[in-house]
Design a protein around this ligand. Structure first.
Ligand SMILES: Nc1ncnc2c1ncn2[C@@H]1O[C@H](COP(=O)(O)OP(=O)(O)O)[C@@H](O)[C@H]1O
Ligand SMILES: Cc1cn([C@H]2C[C@H](O)[C@@H](COP(=O)(O)O)O2)c(=O)[nH]c1=O
Ligand SMILES: [Zn+2]
Length: 193
């Protein structure tokens, strides 16, 4: 079901919260993040968007989906840098959250306590099927968690895994279709052989 904003203003005050959008590669996490952020901009809220500086796949600064939908962002070196945002910020978007350090959940909590709506998108699992970076901790403290699925490239069923086709065992390997395939549980485990 499409996520739809609740009443974020309570008794005239802006109430802070954390939303997480997670799933495999190509599942639509960035598109969903951009959709929510653009709606917040339409509502004339002050929106700031961050991504890890290391994620330079499509653009140095913009957050860009696989379909090349995009929104401007600020690349940062660490989670704590996000706390230096403008004082009148009402909505914060964070993409590729799996690449941030372990401070990110605490940073998001502090932002939410300042009354900010925080929307975070990231991979829930790495290519080995293990929880990725700060994502599980973020999912634990979020008010809303949306898990999205890609389409399995092998059989067409909903895909929850990111299968790595490249011969590289490092946890972090930036890439797209040349290195990864979204796969369902059965096809992911067949491939792992
Ligand atoms: N196997 C696939 N399953 C679903 N979407 C795919 C697939 N391959 C390419 N896409 C494209 O990827 C888009 C999602 O991109 P994006 O939001 O950047 O995903 P994510 O951030 O989760 O990697 C889809 O709208 C679709 O056009
Ligand atoms: C599974 C997995 C992915 N990555 C990298 C590959 C991409 O650069 C990003 C994910 O981008 P998307 O917006 O979700 O498509 O993460 C990685 O470094 N390690 C992994 O295990
Ligand atoms: Zn499959």
């Amino acid at each position: 079901m499409l996520f739809s904003e609740q009443n974020f203003r309570r008794r005239g005050e802006f109430s802070g919260s954390i939303e997480v959008v997670c799933g495999s590669m190509f599942s639509g996490k960035t598109e969903e993040l951009i959709r929510r952020l653009k709606r917040a901009q339409i509502a004339k809220l002050n929106v700031e968007i961050f991504k890890p500086r290391t994620d330079t796949r499509y653009h140095e600064t913009a957050v860009v989906s696989h379909d090349l939908n995009s929104i401007n962002s600020t690349p940062v070196d660490s989670a704590s840098a996000i706390l230096l945002l403008g004082t009148n910020t009402q909505v914060v978007g964070i993409d590729e959250a799996q690449f941030f350090d372990d401070e990110l959940p605490d940073v998001c909590n502090k932002l939410a306590l300042r009354g900010i709506r925080v929307i975070v998108a990231g991979l829930d699992m790495d290519f080995t099927g293990k929880p990725f970076g700060p994502m599980p901790a973020l999912m634990a403290i979020a008010e809303h968690v949306t898990k999205v699925n890609a389409v399995c490239v092998c059989c067409g069923n909903p895909a929850l895994y990111s299968y790595r086709t490249a011969a590289d065992e490092a946890t972090v390997l930036l890439g797209e279709k040349e290195s990864y395939e979204p796969r369902c549980r059965a096809c992911y485990n067949l491939g792992k052989g």
